[in-house]
Ligand binder design. Structure first.
Ligand code: NAD
Ligand code: SER
Length: 313
């Protein structure tokens, strides 16, 4: 990776990944793009361009002008927004991926595409969920992610495009808020704890999902792209996880820092059903074996770091 283009750079992951890529590969080497304006910090620290990732011609021109050899394709519609507007989710997620892969085929780029625990469904073994298993999701988001994994594999086998990806769990971070996913409660809980000392959670107290702190997610994205291709048995996409959390577990950890913190529940049936269809614990041993994946943050370390930064902000 020498010259990189990032789509959807203004979102939750991009707002962390772009600065990390710029510090590792050079500010001028990383072109941040998004369909909307991004933060002034991102736009001023290196090249930025407004780009609709579903527009194959515009993506092709941006890759050519920047002489990009790698695309991190983050533009997408997430699970909860996708259930509100399934056609939008299908259009954005599939058209943008197809555009990026076509441009990568024509111009010889490598492509990172984040998949998700959303590829799994009620028929998948829940604990542990193997790397290779049943993928019959019940959300439009999950359907686009399964189709996306297959399309990335196809472009690798058929055209030799260096496609790689990970199945991210719910990602927790400060800064740019999450873009409308089912796991957003695990971010909101920290903000409300600091701002109001209480949080009304939209999934039930024992809803367990895989989660990861954003610094680990950034390391996973860069790590899989830097991995020795000779070691890769899988490509699209590796299970990766760091911890398995319920709202009750997170509330108990937050109370160690904010003793009076109160959590209440007002379950949203749509997002609860999505969460219930996803695994309790994914098995990420393939990522550990094939490219030495290992997370650094557990619940204790993440909570201390999140609260420190939110209290500073
Ligand atoms: P996000 O919603 O925060 O950001 C997505 C960005 O894409 C936004 O800035 C949006 O403006 C942009 N975008 C939307 N449509 C676009 C288009 N047509 N062209 C260009 N940009 C467009 O999402 P995120 O959390 O940063 O997720 C990035 C990727 O990671 C997605 O593929 C998502 O499915 C995946 N992922 C995220 C999580 C998570 O917990 N955040 C977990 C698993 C997988
Ligand atoms: N955090 C994402 C979502 O909830 C998982 O892919 O949509």
């Amino acid at each position: 990776m020498k010259r990189i283009l990032v789509t959807g750079a203004g979102g939750q992951i991009g707002s962390w990944l772009v600065p990390a890529l710029r510090s590792q590969y050079g500010d001028a080497k990383v072109l941040a793009t998004d369909i909307r304006q991004v933060s002034p910090e991102m736009a001023e620290a290196g090249p930025f361009q407004v780009l609709d990732a579903t527009d194959v011609r515009a993506v092709g021109q941006a890759v050519m002008r920047h002489r990009a050899d790698t695309v991190f394709h983050l533009a997408a519609i997430l699970s909860a927004v996708g259930e509100r507007d399934p056609r939008l989710a299908w259009h954005v997620n599939m058209s943008s991926l197809e555009a990026v892969l076509e441009v990568a085929r024509e111009q010889g780029c490598a492509v990172f595409t984040p998949s998700s625990i959303g590829v799994f469904g009620p028929g998948t073994p829940k604990n542990p969920t193997p790397q290779d298993t049943i993928m019959r999701p019940t959300t439009m988001y999950g359907i686009t992610k399964v189709a996306g994994e297959l399309l990335c594999d196809y472009y690798h086998h058929r055209f030799g495009v260096d496609t790689r990806g990970v199945r991210f769990p719910g990602l927790i971070s400060y800064g740019q808020p999450p873009g409308g996913g089912t796991t957003d409660w695990a971010v909101e809980i920290y903000y409300r704890a600091v701002q109001h000392g209480r949080y009304r959670c939209f999934v039930g107290p024992d809803t367990q999902l895989d989660m990861m702190y954003m610094p680990d997610a950034v390391r996973a994205a860069i790590g899989v792209m830097e991995a020795d291709p000779a070691r890769l048995v899988h490509r699209n996409a590796f299970n990766v996880t760091a911890m398995q959390l319920t709202p009750e577990m997170m509330a108990a950890e937050i109370r160690k820092h904010i003793p009076g913190f109160i959590i209440e529940y007002e379950v949203d049936p749509v997002r609860q059903a999505i969460a219930d269809s996803w695994p309790d614990r994914i098995d990420d041993s393939a990522a550990r074996q094939e490219w030495d994946w290992e997370p650094a943050f557990d619940l204790e370390r993440m909570t201390a770091d999140m609260l420190k930064h939110l209290n500073q902000g």
